[in-house]
Design a protein around this ligand. Structure first.
Ligand code: ZNH
Length: 142
C-alpha cells in the first residue's frame, strides 16, 4: 500500500503536472479510445471522439481534475471517492476494469511529457496511487 514516501512523491509530481492538466487528460483519454477501442461504447453519445474534439478535451479536464482531487484525499481515498464510485457503478455503469486501462494510458502520457521526472521511483509511487484510486472507485460495485 501507499507509504508516506509514495504519498510525498505523488504530491510533488502532481504539483509539477497540474498546469498541464488539460493536455494530460486529453491525451490520456484519446489514447484510451484508440488503444482500447471497446471503451468507445461509454462515449457513444459524443459524435466526435478524435483527440482534438471538444468532448475529449472537456472530459479530459473533468477526469484529471478528479485525479487531482484524489491526490488531496490520498490519506483516505475510499471515503474521498465515495460519491464518484457510486456514480460510476450505478449511473454510468463503467466496467471497473477500465479504470486500470485509463491509469495505464495516463502513465504513458506522463512518461512522454516528463521524461526526466518520470523516474522508476516516481513510476512506482504513481502506479501504487493509481491502483489505490481504481480500487476506491470500484468500492461501490460490490
Ligand atoms: Zn469517469 C464522468 C472521474 C474513469 C467513463 N468521470 C466522470 C466524471 C468524473 C469522472 C469526475 C464527471 C462526474 C459528474 O459529472 O458529476 N472517471 C473519473 C476518474 C476516473 C474515471 C477519476 C479514473 C481515474 N470514467 C473512467 C473510465 C471510463 C469513464 C475508465 C470509461 C472508459 N466517466 C465516464 C463517463 C462519464 C464519466 C461515460 C460521463 C461522461 C458524460 O458526461 O457524458
Amino acid at each position: 500500500s501507499l507509504t508516506e514516501k509514495d504519498k510525498a512523491k505523488v504530491r510533488s509530481f502532481w504539483a509539477k503536472c497540474k498546469p498541464q492538466t488539460e493536455i494530460i487528460g486529453r491525451d490520456a483519454l484519446a489514447r484510451l479510445i484508440v488503444v482500447y477501442p471497446q471503451t468507445k461504447t461509454y462515449f457513444a453519445h459524443w459524435n466526435d471522439v478524435s483527440p482534438t474534439s471538444p468532448n475529449i478535451i472537456k472530459h479530459g479536464i473533468t477526469i484529471m481534475t478528479a485525479v487531482g482531487d484524489a491526490v488531496s484525499k490520498i490519506d483516505d481515498l475510499k471515503a474521498g471517492l465515495f460519491n464518484l464510485s457510486e456514480l460510476h457503478a450505478f449511473t454510468l455503469r463503467v466496467d471497473p476494469a477500465n479504470f486500470k486501462l485509463l491509469s495505464h494510458c495516463m502513465m504513458v502520457v506522463l512518461a512522454i511529457l516528463y521524461p526526466d521526472d518520470f523516474t522508476p521511483e516516481i513510476h512506482l509511487s504513481l502506479d501504487k496511487f493509481m491502483s489505490a484510486l481504481a480500487l476506491a472507485l470500484s468500492e461501490k460495485y460490490r
